[in-house]
Design a protein. Structure first.
Length: 389
Protein backbone atom coordinates (compact mmCIF):
# COMPACT_ATOMS: atom_id res chain seq x y z
CA UNK A 1 0.00 0.00 0.00
CA UNK A 2 1.24 3.48 -0.87
CA UNK A 3 -0.15 6.58 0.88
CA UNK A 4 0.57 10.22 0.13
CA UNK A 5 -0.03 12.29 3.27
CA UNK A 6 -0.57 16.04 3.78
CA UNK A 7 -0.86 18.21 6.88
CA UNK A 8 -1.28 21.98 6.76
CA UNK A 9 -3.58 22.28 9.76
CA UNK A 10 -1.30 24.57 11.77
CA UNK A 11 1.88 26.58 11.33
CA UNK A 12 3.62 23.40 10.15
CA UNK A 13 3.42 22.32 6.51
CA UNK A 14 4.24 18.66 5.97
CA UNK A 15 4.03 16.09 3.16
CA UNK A 16 5.04 12.44 3.31
CA UNK A 17 5.09 9.24 1.30
CA UNK A 18 4.57 5.90 3.05
CA UNK A 19 4.84 2.57 1.27
CA UNK A 20 3.79 -0.46 3.29
CA UNK A 21 5.75 -0.16 6.56
CA UNK A 22 8.38 2.28 5.27
CA UNK A 23 8.36 6.07 5.49
CA UNK A 24 9.93 6.76 2.10
CA UNK A 25 10.07 10.53 2.48
CA UNK A 26 8.82 13.38 4.65
CA UNK A 27 9.22 17.10 4.09
CA UNK A 28 8.23 19.23 7.09
CA UNK A 29 8.73 22.92 7.68
CA UNK A 30 7.61 25.30 10.43
CA UNK A 31 8.54 28.74 9.25
CA UNK A 32 7.01 32.10 8.35
CA UNK A 33 5.87 31.31 4.82
CA UNK A 34 2.23 30.57 4.11
CA UNK A 35 1.02 27.13 3.12
CA UNK A 36 -0.01 28.49 -0.26
CA UNK A 37 3.71 29.20 -0.79
CA UNK A 38 5.07 25.94 0.62
CA UNK A 39 2.74 22.94 0.29
CA UNK A 40 2.77 22.38 -3.48
CA UNK A 41 6.52 23.10 -3.91
CA UNK A 42 7.22 20.63 -1.06
CA UNK A 43 5.01 18.03 -2.72
CA UNK A 44 6.76 18.59 -6.04
CA UNK A 45 10.17 18.18 -4.37
CA UNK A 46 9.09 14.97 -2.63
CA UNK A 47 7.80 13.63 -5.93
CA UNK A 48 11.08 14.53 -7.68
CA UNK A 49 13.38 13.10 -5.00
CA UNK A 50 11.50 9.80 -4.73
CA UNK A 51 10.77 9.54 -8.47
CA UNK A 52 7.15 9.09 -7.47
CA UNK A 53 4.54 8.33 -10.09
CA UNK A 54 1.43 9.80 -8.52
CA UNK A 55 -0.73 7.29 -10.37
CA UNK A 56 0.86 4.57 -8.22
CA UNK A 57 -0.51 5.80 -4.89
CA UNK A 58 -3.51 4.09 -3.34
CA UNK A 59 -4.94 7.04 -1.40
CA UNK A 60 -4.29 10.55 -0.12
CA UNK A 61 -4.39 11.02 3.65
CA UNK A 62 -4.99 14.59 4.81
CA UNK A 63 -5.33 16.22 8.22
CA UNK A 64 -9.02 17.19 8.20
CA UNK A 65 -9.03 19.43 11.28
CA UNK A 66 -9.22 21.00 13.73
CA UNK A 67 -6.71 23.71 13.05
CA UNK A 68 -6.13 26.93 11.17
CA UNK A 69 -9.13 27.68 8.96
CA UNK A 70 -6.91 28.86 6.09
CA UNK A 71 -4.45 26.01 6.49
CA UNK A 72 -7.21 23.41 6.50
CA UNK A 73 -8.77 24.88 3.36
CA UNK A 74 -5.41 24.78 1.55
CA UNK A 75 -4.80 21.18 2.60
CA UNK A 76 -8.31 20.12 1.61
CA UNK A 77 -8.10 21.89 -1.77
CA UNK A 78 -4.75 20.23 -2.51
CA UNK A 79 -6.03 16.77 -1.53
CA UNK A 80 -9.27 17.21 -3.48
CA UNK A 81 -7.44 18.40 -6.59
CA UNK A 82 -5.08 15.42 -6.51
CA UNK A 83 -7.86 12.95 -5.75
CA UNK A 84 -9.99 14.27 -8.59
CA UNK A 85 -7.15 14.26 -11.12
CA UNK A 86 -5.87 10.81 -10.10
CA UNK A 87 -9.27 9.25 -9.31
CA UNK A 88 -8.00 8.25 -5.86
CA UNK A 89 -9.81 8.20 -2.51
CA UNK A 90 -9.14 10.64 0.32
CA UNK A 91 -8.57 9.41 3.87
CA UNK A 92 -9.53 12.19 6.32
CA UNK A 93 -7.45 12.02 9.52
CA UNK A 94 -8.38 14.16 12.55
CA UNK A 95 -5.42 16.43 13.26
CA UNK A 96 -5.39 15.45 16.92
CA UNK A 97 -5.13 11.76 15.99
CA UNK A 98 -2.22 12.50 13.67
CA UNK A 99 -0.48 14.30 16.53
CA UNK A 100 -1.19 11.40 18.90
CA UNK A 101 0.52 9.03 16.45
CA UNK A 102 3.75 11.00 16.94
CA UNK A 103 3.82 9.24 20.32
CA UNK A 104 2.83 5.76 19.14
CA UNK A 105 3.09 3.23 21.95
CA UNK A 106 3.29 5.78 24.78
CA UNK A 107 1.89 4.26 27.97
CA UNK A 108 0.20 7.35 29.41
CA UNK A 109 -2.59 9.64 28.29
CA UNK A 110 -1.66 11.55 25.14
CA UNK A 111 -3.10 15.06 25.06
CA UNK A 112 -2.60 17.10 21.85
CA UNK A 113 -3.40 20.78 22.35
CA UNK A 114 -3.67 23.22 19.47
CA UNK A 115 -4.11 26.92 20.12
CA UNK A 116 -7.69 27.82 19.18
CA UNK A 117 -7.38 31.44 20.36
CA UNK A 118 -9.91 33.10 22.69
CA UNK A 119 -8.36 31.22 25.64
CA UNK A 120 -9.29 27.84 24.16
CA UNK A 121 -7.49 24.83 22.72
CA UNK A 122 -8.50 22.10 20.29
CA UNK A 123 -7.83 18.87 22.09
CA UNK A 124 -8.69 15.22 22.54
CA UNK A 125 -7.39 12.44 24.78
CA UNK A 126 -5.83 9.31 23.31
CA UNK A 127 -3.80 6.28 24.28
CA UNK A 128 -2.25 3.05 23.05
CA UNK A 129 -3.09 -0.28 24.66
CA UNK A 130 -0.43 -2.96 24.39
CA UNK A 131 -1.76 -6.41 23.48
CA UNK A 132 0.15 -8.92 25.61
CA UNK A 133 -1.78 -11.70 23.94
CA UNK A 134 -3.96 -12.05 20.86
CA UNK A 135 -5.99 -8.87 20.38
CA UNK A 136 -9.80 -9.06 20.27
CA UNK A 137 -9.96 -6.85 17.19
CA UNK A 138 -7.23 -8.32 15.00
CA UNK A 139 -4.95 -11.33 14.52
CA UNK A 140 -1.77 -9.59 15.78
CA UNK A 141 -0.09 -10.83 18.93
CA UNK A 142 2.32 -9.34 21.45
CA UNK A 143 3.91 -6.11 20.30
CA UNK A 144 0.72 -4.81 18.76
CA UNK A 145 -0.73 -1.54 20.07
CA UNK A 146 -4.38 -0.66 19.77
CA UNK A 147 -5.23 3.04 19.39
CA UNK A 148 -7.87 4.28 21.84
CA UNK A 149 -9.88 7.52 21.85
CA UNK A 150 -10.34 8.38 25.50
CA UNK A 151 -12.12 11.66 24.79
CA UNK A 152 -13.35 12.98 21.43
CA UNK A 153 -11.81 16.06 19.85
CA UNK A 154 -13.37 19.36 20.91
CA UNK A 155 -12.59 23.00 21.66
CA UNK A 156 -12.38 23.88 25.37
CA UNK A 157 -10.65 26.13 27.86
CA UNK A 158 -7.29 25.02 29.27
CA UNK A 159 -8.69 25.15 32.82
CA UNK A 160 -11.49 22.73 31.90
CA UNK A 161 -9.01 20.42 30.18
CA UNK A 162 -6.64 20.31 33.16
CA UNK A 163 -9.59 19.63 35.50
CA UNK A 164 -10.59 16.64 33.34
CA UNK A 165 -7.02 15.33 33.33
CA UNK A 166 -6.61 15.75 37.08
CA UNK A 167 -9.84 13.85 37.68
CA UNK A 168 -8.55 10.95 35.57
CA UNK A 169 -5.48 10.69 37.82
CA UNK A 170 -3.13 9.33 35.13
CA UNK A 171 0.17 10.59 33.80
CA UNK A 172 -0.24 12.90 30.79
CA UNK A 173 2.02 13.95 27.93
CA UNK A 174 1.17 17.19 26.13
CA UNK A 175 2.14 18.09 22.57
CA UNK A 176 1.09 20.56 19.89
CA UNK A 177 1.47 24.28 19.29
CA UNK A 178 -0.75 25.02 22.29
CA UNK A 179 2.05 23.92 24.63
CA UNK A 180 4.11 27.03 23.91
CA UNK A 181 1.07 29.23 24.63
CA UNK A 182 -0.21 27.51 27.78
CA UNK A 183 2.88 25.88 29.32
CA UNK A 184 2.85 28.12 32.39
CA UNK A 185 -0.89 27.72 32.94
CA UNK A 186 -0.56 23.94 32.64
CA UNK A 187 2.24 23.95 35.21
CA UNK A 188 0.03 25.84 37.64
CA UNK A 189 -3.08 23.71 37.09
CA UNK A 190 -1.87 20.11 36.79
CA UNK A 191 -1.94 17.97 39.93
CA UNK A 192 -1.01 14.66 38.29
CA UNK A 193 2.36 13.75 36.71
CA UNK A 194 2.78 15.29 33.28
CA UNK A 195 5.46 16.04 30.69
CA UNK A 196 5.83 17.79 27.37
CA UNK A 197 6.85 16.03 24.16
CA UNK A 198 10.36 16.91 22.90
CA UNK A 199 10.89 19.22 19.94
CA UNK A 200 11.08 16.48 17.29
CA UNK A 201 7.68 15.08 18.30
CA UNK A 202 5.61 18.07 19.40
CA UNK A 203 4.33 19.35 16.03
CA UNK A 204 2.34 17.93 13.13
CA UNK A 205 4.05 15.37 10.89
CA UNK A 206 2.54 14.10 7.66
CA UNK A 207 4.24 10.76 8.33
CA UNK A 208 2.04 10.26 11.40
CA UNK A 209 -1.04 11.33 9.40
CA UNK A 210 -0.07 8.74 6.79
CA UNK A 211 0.33 5.92 9.32
CA UNK A 212 -3.03 6.67 10.91
CA UNK A 213 -4.45 7.08 7.41
CA UNK A 214 -3.36 3.57 6.49
CA UNK A 215 -5.36 2.16 9.41
CA UNK A 216 -8.42 4.19 8.49
CA UNK A 217 -8.06 3.20 4.83
CA UNK A 218 -7.99 -0.48 5.81
CA UNK A 219 -11.17 0.11 7.82
CA UNK A 220 -12.86 1.59 4.74
CA UNK A 221 -13.07 5.13 6.13
CA UNK A 222 -12.48 6.97 2.88
CA UNK A 223 -14.12 9.78 0.92
CA UNK A 224 -14.27 10.87 -2.68
CA UNK A 225 -12.92 14.25 -3.75
CA UNK A 226 -16.52 15.55 -3.92
CA UNK A 227 -17.34 14.34 -0.41
CA UNK A 228 -14.29 15.73 1.38
CA UNK A 229 -14.31 19.00 3.28
CA UNK A 230 -12.39 20.25 6.33
CA UNK A 231 -13.77 19.76 9.84
CA UNK A 232 -13.38 23.02 11.74
CA UNK A 233 -14.94 22.03 15.11
CA UNK A 234 -16.15 25.58 15.54
CA UNK A 235 -17.08 28.44 13.25
CA UNK A 236 -14.60 31.07 12.12
CA UNK A 237 -14.38 34.42 13.88
CA UNK A 238 -16.12 36.14 10.96
CA UNK A 239 -18.98 33.61 11.10
CA UNK A 240 -19.25 33.95 14.88
CA UNK A 241 -19.52 37.72 14.50
CA UNK A 242 -22.24 37.26 11.87
CA UNK A 243 -24.19 34.99 14.19
CA UNK A 244 -23.78 37.34 17.16
CA UNK A 245 -25.21 40.18 15.07
CA UNK A 246 -28.15 38.08 13.88
CA UNK A 247 -31.57 39.31 15.01
CA UNK A 248 -34.97 37.65 15.29
CA UNK A 249 -37.85 39.73 13.93
CA UNK A 250 -41.44 39.18 12.78
CA UNK A 251 -41.81 37.65 9.34
CA UNK A 252 -43.14 40.06 6.69
CA UNK A 253 -44.89 39.42 3.38
CA UNK A 254 -41.78 40.61 1.52
CA UNK A 255 -39.80 37.79 3.20
CA UNK A 256 -41.91 35.09 1.57
CA UNK A 257 -39.69 34.81 -1.51
CA UNK A 258 -36.55 33.77 0.41
CA UNK A 259 -38.59 31.82 2.96
CA UNK A 260 -40.27 29.78 0.19
CA UNK A 261 -36.90 29.16 -1.45
CA UNK A 262 -35.50 27.76 1.82
CA UNK A 263 -38.69 25.76 2.36
CA UNK A 264 -38.55 24.18 -1.12
CA UNK A 265 -34.89 23.19 -0.79
CA UNK A 266 -35.27 21.86 2.76
CA UNK A 267 -38.36 19.63 2.60
CA UNK A 268 -39.75 16.98 0.23
CA UNK A 269 -43.27 18.21 1.10
CA UNK A 270 -42.84 21.99 1.42
CA UNK A 271 -45.46 24.52 2.41
CA UNK A 272 -46.76 26.74 -0.35
CA UNK A 273 -46.63 30.53 -0.26
CA UNK A 274 -50.33 30.42 0.54
CA UNK A 275 -49.62 28.38 3.66
CA UNK A 276 -47.22 31.02 4.98
CA UNK A 277 -49.62 33.83 4.02
CA UNK A 278 -52.41 32.19 6.02
CA UNK A 279 -50.24 31.95 9.14
CA UNK A 280 -49.06 35.56 8.75
CA UNK A 281 -52.70 36.64 8.98
CA UNK A 282 -53.49 34.18 11.81
CA UNK A 283 -53.66 36.01 15.15
CA UNK A 284 -52.87 32.72 16.92
CA UNK A 285 -49.63 32.18 14.99
CA UNK A 286 -46.13 33.53 15.57
CA UNK A 287 -44.05 33.81 12.39
CA UNK A 288 -40.46 35.03 12.68
CA UNK A 289 -37.22 35.10 10.69
CA UNK A 290 -33.59 35.24 11.78
CA UNK A 291 -31.60 37.81 9.84
CA UNK A 292 -27.87 38.58 9.84
CA UNK A 293 -25.74 40.99 7.80
CA UNK A 294 -26.30 38.90 4.66
CA UNK A 295 -30.10 38.75 4.95
CA UNK A 296 -32.65 36.18 6.13
CA UNK A 297 -30.98 32.87 7.04
CA UNK A 298 -33.87 31.04 8.76
CA UNK A 299 -37.46 31.16 9.93
CA UNK A 300 -39.90 29.65 12.42
CA UNK A 301 -43.68 29.32 12.71
CA UNK A 302 -45.53 28.44 15.92
CA UNK A 303 -49.27 27.94 16.43
CA UNK A 304 -50.53 29.08 19.85
CA UNK A 305 -53.38 27.32 21.68
CA UNK A 306 -54.05 28.38 25.25
CA UNK A 307 -50.87 27.71 27.26
CA UNK A 308 -49.39 25.44 24.57
CA UNK A 309 -47.63 26.16 21.29
CA UNK A 310 -46.90 23.84 18.37
CA UNK A 311 -43.61 24.76 16.69
CA UNK A 312 -44.59 23.64 13.21
CA UNK A 313 -41.62 25.11 11.34
CA UNK A 314 -38.02 25.87 12.29
CA UNK A 315 -35.62 26.00 9.38
CA UNK A 316 -32.16 27.35 8.60
CA UNK A 317 -30.79 27.76 5.07
CA UNK A 318 -28.68 24.76 4.06
CA UNK A 319 -25.39 26.62 3.72
CA UNK A 320 -25.88 28.28 7.13
CA UNK A 321 -26.52 25.12 9.14
CA UNK A 322 -24.19 23.95 11.92
CA UNK A 323 -23.18 27.56 12.65
CA UNK A 324 -25.37 28.21 15.67
CA UNK A 325 -28.29 29.91 13.91
CA UNK A 326 -30.68 27.05 14.64
CA UNK A 327 -30.01 27.15 18.39
CA UNK A 328 -30.23 30.95 18.49
CA UNK A 329 -33.54 30.86 16.60
CA UNK A 330 -34.95 28.10 18.79
CA UNK A 331 -33.91 29.73 22.07
CA UNK A 332 -35.33 33.12 21.15
CA UNK A 333 -38.60 31.66 19.81
CA UNK A 334 -39.09 29.71 23.06
CA UNK A 335 -38.29 32.84 25.09
CA UNK A 336 -40.79 34.95 23.12
CA UNK A 337 -43.46 32.26 23.49
CA UNK A 338 -42.84 32.40 27.24
CA UNK A 339 -43.34 36.17 27.13
CA UNK A 340 -46.72 35.50 25.51
CA UNK A 341 -47.83 33.23 28.35
CA UNK A 342 -46.96 29.91 26.69
CA UNK A 343 -45.92 27.25 29.20
CA UNK A 344 -45.43 24.22 26.94
CA UNK A 345 -43.95 23.90 23.46
CA UNK A 346 -44.25 20.83 21.25
CA UNK A 347 -42.83 19.87 17.87
CA UNK A 348 -42.41 16.86 15.61
CA UNK A 349 -39.27 15.68 13.84
CA UNK A 350 -38.42 12.90 11.43
CA UNK A 351 -36.91 9.94 13.28
CA UNK A 352 -33.86 10.02 11.00
CA UNK A 353 -33.14 13.75 11.45
CA UNK A 354 -30.31 13.33 13.96
CA UNK A 355 -28.96 16.92 13.77
CA UNK A 356 -32.42 18.35 14.59
CA UNK A 357 -32.99 15.80 17.35
CA UNK A 358 -29.64 16.74 18.91
CA UNK A 359 -30.57 20.43 18.72
CA UNK A 360 -33.93 19.92 20.42
CA UNK A 361 -32.59 17.67 23.17
CA UNK A 362 -29.77 20.09 23.96
CA UNK A 363 -32.37 22.84 24.26
CA UNK A 364 -34.27 20.80 26.88
CA UNK A 365 -36.97 19.12 24.76
CA UNK A 366 -37.83 15.53 25.70
CA UNK A 367 -39.34 12.76 23.57
CA UNK A 368 -42.87 11.83 24.63
CA UNK A 369 -44.17 9.67 21.81
CA UNK A 370 -44.06 8.55 18.19
CA UNK A 371 -46.50 9.02 15.31
CA UNK A 372 -45.98 6.04 12.97
CA UNK A 373 -45.64 6.88 9.27
CA UNK A 374 -46.54 10.51 9.95
CA UNK A 375 -44.31 11.86 7.20
CA UNK A 376 -44.55 11.18 3.49
CA UNK A 377 -41.96 11.41 0.69
CA UNK A 378 -40.53 9.19 2.16
CA UNK A 379 -42.80 7.58 4.70
CA UNK A 380 -41.28 7.88 8.17
CA UNK A 381 -42.21 8.05 11.83
CA UNK A 382 -42.39 11.38 13.64
CA UNK A 383 -40.93 11.73 17.13
CA UNK A 384 -43.00 14.06 19.34
CA UNK A 385 -41.01 16.39 21.57
CA UNK A 386 -42.21 18.63 24.40
CA UNK A 387 -40.62 21.41 26.39
CA UNK A 388 -42.67 21.87 29.58
CA UNK A 389 -42.27 24.62 32.16
Amino acid sequence: MKILALDSSGNVASVALIEDDVLKAEYTIDYKKTHSQTLLPMLDELKRMTELNLESIDAIAVAEGPGSFTGLRIGAATAKGLALALNKPIVPVPTTEGLAYNLFGHSGVICPIMDARREQVYTGLFGFISASEECDTCDKKEGHYEFVRIRETAAMGIEELCKILNERGEEVIFLGDGVAVYREKIAGLMKVPYLFAPAHLNRQHAGSVGVRGMELFAAGKVQSAAQHSPVYYRTSQAERERREKAQIRPMRYEDLGIVSEMENTSYPDPWSNRGFEEELSNENAMCVVIEDTTGVVGYAVAILTGEDADLVKITVAGKERCKGYGRKLLDEVVAELGNRGIRNVTLEVRASNEPAITLYERAGFTSEGVRPNFYEKPSEDAIIYWLRK
